[in-house]
Design a protein around this ligand. Structure first.
Ligand SMILES: NC(=O)c1ccc[n+]([C@@H]2O[C@H](COP(=O)([O-])OP(=O)(O)OC[C@H]3O[C@@H](n4cnc5c(N)ncnc54)[C@H](OP(=O)(O)O)[C@@H]3O)[C@@H](O)[C@H]2O)c1
Length: 399
């Protein structure tokens, strides 16, 4: 092992994944050194993180919050340099002294810094699934072109990565399918006809995982799983027909790979994101993560439900949009992601109903006509157009 501590930039350090990442890093001070942090609105937490981890840089993407942070840090005699605005995220992601970047910003706002880290050849730990859903093949070209190492942090994709053979070239010939597990979220057994009455608080109350609000709503609609199907397609290079989703309410089996000889390899653990985070940080080695051990003596039965069972298709209509978007023109996954970000925000602000999230997503996919984006600027332009369209739809729907 390289004796020098690895320098890491944690983008989105004030979020759920960011906080868990700092917890794992603090357990291994000889191995890792925090080089840069970033936050958007939770400035008190970002301030406390700067004092605890003493990074070289901190990025406050909101300029006003950045100015306040700068004076507070100066008053404490901190040597951390405050940078402001979104362009600074790219700077600390691609900085020549950085070895690894944890991409834990939520939504397409994290795309540019992911591409910057990829082009600069970093080890890129990807929690920010929306960046890959939007960037698609352009994102993967940046990874290949820059010689970066892309490692999944989503627990399902980490599980698949841990179950696959090391020889990536063999995957298309030895893997029959990958099976993503889904907990089913808070509404797995709810009557679909009552989904119109769901409140933001109910949608954010996930039974197994404690997460940020956007991903919690995505878990409740299963759009999170749709985004993960798209993420899996780009990460593992398998055609979408070889990606399956199965409901597993206990979230103990984090996902599985079925091989051509019908052997199934799975990865298990308690639902705690510090597990996949530690694996991404240490791969191909393993380090202590702080996660509790599975207790087989007390674990109740593990259960599985196919997606076709019961009323799941009526309950979670958004899941199918993943395969539809992957089969359509390049850029369609970016349109789907943009519509969903707008729809979820409108739901959280109580402008539209829970069941209308899918209506906005589907209508945006159907209405928007575009040519396949060939570059990042064209992709970002498409993202903006899709957002504007979804915004208008959401306004028209209003509760
Ligand atoms: N949480 C999980 O267990 C989990 C599991 C798998 C994958 N993921 C993925 O990981 C990503 C982060 O999820 P999370 O649950 O950690 O979300 P979160 O708790 O909402 O945190 C999001 C982070 O992004 C920052 N941010 C928000 N809007 C921003 C903007 N416009 N520009 C720059 N930064 C911005 C936030 O800053 P402030 O808080 O300071 O505003 C925060 O640091 C998501 O893509 C999610 O799908 C999460």
């Amino acid at each position: 092992m390289d004796q020098r501590p690895q320098n890491i930039t944690v983008l989105g350090s004030t979020g759920s994944i960011g906080v868990n990442t700092l917890d794992v890093l603090a357990r291994h001070p000889q191995r890792f050194s925090v080089f840069a942090l970033s936050g958007h609105s939770r400035i008190d937490l970002l301030f406390a993180q700067c004092l605890a981890h003493r990074p070289r840089f901190v990025v406050a993407t909101d300029a006003q919050a950045g100015a306040a942070l700068e004076s507070r840090l100066a008053a404490q005699g901190s040597t951390t340099r405050v940078l402001q605005g979104h362009a600074a995220l790219d700077e600390v992601a691609a900085h020549e002294e950085v070895d690894m970047v944890m991409a834990a910003i939520v939504g397409a706002a994290g795309l540019s810094s992911c591409i910057a880290a990829a082009r600069a050849g970093k080890r890129l730990l990807l929690a920010n699934k929306e960046a890959l859903v939007v960037g698609g093949s352009l994102f993967m070209e940046a990874v290949d072109g820059g010689g970066a190492t892309l490692l999944p942090i989503d627990s399902e994709h980490s599980a698949i990565f841990q179950s696959l053979p090391a020889d990536r070239v063999s995957w298309p010939s030895v893997v029959e399918k990958i099976i993503l597990t889904a907990s089913g979220g808070p509404f797995r057994t709810r009557d679909p006809a009552t989904l119109r009455d769901v409140t933001p608080e109910q949608a954010c109350a996930h039974p197994n995982w404690s997460m940020g609000r956007k991903i919690s709503v995505d878990s409740a609609t299963m759009m999170n799983k749709a985004l993960e199907v798209i993420e899996a397609k780009f990460l593992f290079g398998l055609e979408p027909a070889r990606i399956e989703v199965i409901i597993h309410p206990q979230s103990v089996v984090h996902s599985m790979v079925q091989f051509v000889d019908r052997a199934v390899v799975a990865q298990l653990g308690v639902p705690d994101m510090r597990g996949p985070i530690a694996y991404g940080l240490s791969w191909p080695a393993r380090i202590e993560s702080g996660t509790a051990a599975l207790d087989f003596a007390t674990m109740s039965a593990l259960s599985f439900e196919t997606f076709d069972a019961g009323a799941h298709r009526a309950r979670f209509p958004g899941l199918q949009l993943a395969w539809d978007a992957l089969a359509a023109l390049r850029g369609t996954t970016a349109v789907l992601n943009a519509a969903n970000e707008i729809a979820v925000a409108a739901f959280l602000e109580e402008q539209i109903r829970f069941d209308q999230i899918h209506a906005v997503n589907q209508a945006t996919l159907e209405a928007l006509h575009f040519g396949a984006p060939a570059s990042l600027p064209e992709l970002l332009d498409l993202d903006l157009r899709a957002r504007a369209h979804a915004q208008q739809l959401a306004k028209g729907l209003a509760r």
